[in-house]
Write a protein that binds this ligand. Structure first.
Ligand SMILES: [Zn+2]
Ligand SMILES: [Zn+2]
Length: 314
């Protein structure tokens, strides 16, 4: 039977990039130390009072909520952790996501705010299929989630918004952006995006140095319910194909993902930040939230949706 490298007990998990077998208890300690180190290294909770966690029902945000609520309880007793979930109105999928999020929050005793897209905003994500955005529905859904998560966190008085982005997500994104030379986008890929604008909540990614698999193990180690399906609207699999390719590289070059991420954050990002100008934000004419143009990308999307329903009604 495989044994834990740290305590010699029966091992449960294999950490690929460090070729290490760990038992459940040692894995939990290892994982939580990594989250703590990431949080401290980047001052993610410095001066924080209320941290909103974006939860979807997937393994990453479940692991994030579990780890952050424990971290706050054990090391930052002054910090309040709460969860925000957006019900996207995707039939046969969103109900399951919401149910899991409710169970996880109940298990952890964390306050949960659910924002139901249809009852609160009057539309569902599948409605976007009637707009010119139908071919990029995942991108449009991303715009909706980013905008609403920030607005909700701001309205709920949170001073941090934490998301479950993991190392695999970030490396896949870096791979794509470096390939395209998208300097303006690369400069925004970072563990913490601080903001002085009161309507723009500071974003943190405490799991940025943990892999997808480590998050899955952590959620399993806590016997949290996990969503067993993926979004039925996901189109193509370019992102998944790139992730598989990166896994192949990792198999040949152990530590590739960590190396690419660390080089970006330590070596390249500081230089990019010096040479790429901060975007000039104005107030969106429709919603009053910070925006790059006179109308923010969320309000543009909403006007498209409104134009379509006006056309289709008699
Ligand atoms: Zn052990
Ligand atoms: Zn707007």
């Amino acid at each position: 039977m495989p044994i834990c490298k740290l305590c010699g007990g029966p091992a449960a998990y294999f950490i690929e990039h460090s070729k290490m077998m760990l038992c459940r208890e040692c894995f939990i300690k290892y994982y939580e130390r990594k989250v703590y180190n990431t949080v401290m290294k980047h001052g993610m909770l410095r001066g924080a009072g209320r941290v909103a966690i974006a939860v979807s029902g997937g393994k990453d945000s479940t692991a994030l909520l579990t780890a952050m609520s424990k971290l706050a309880r054990e090391k930052f007793p002054g910090i309040e952790v709460m969860a925000i979930h957006i019900n996207l109105g995707i039939e046969g999928y969103s109900e399951k996501c919401q149910e899991i999020v409710e169970r996880v929050c109940e298990n952890l005793g964390v306050e949960l705010v659910i924002h139901d897209l249809f009852s609160a905003e009057g539309y569902r994500i599948p409605d976007l299929r009637s707009t010119p955005l139908r071919r990029r529905i995942c991108g449009a859904c991303g715009t909706v989630k980013r905008y609403l998560m920030n607005r909700l966190a701001y309205e709920l008085g949170a001073d941090r918004l934490a998301t479950g982005h993991n190392l695999d997500d970030v490396v896949e994104l870096l791979f794509e952006l470096y390939l395209r030379g998208s300097v303006e986008d690369l400069v925004r890929v970072k563990p913490i995006s601080r903001s002085d604008n009161p309507k723009l909540v500071t974003k943190i990614k405490p799991l940025i140095e943990l892999t997808e698999r480590e998050n899955l193990y952590y959620a399993l180690a806590h016997e949290m319910p996990i969503l067993d399906s993926s979004c039925p609207l996901v189109e193509g699999s370019r992102m998944l194909r790139r992730k598989r390719l990166i896994d192949l590289i990792e198999r040949e070059i152990t530590g590739f993902k960590h190396m690419l991420y660390k080089s970006h954050v330590k070596r390249i990002l500081p230089r990019l930040e010096k040479s790429v100008a901060e975007p000039n934000l104005v107030e969106c004419e429709r919603c009053g939230m910070p925006s790059l143009a006179s109308r923010c990308s969320y309000c543009k999307l909403i006007s498209m949706l409104a134009a379509r329903s006006a056309e289709s009604s008699p």
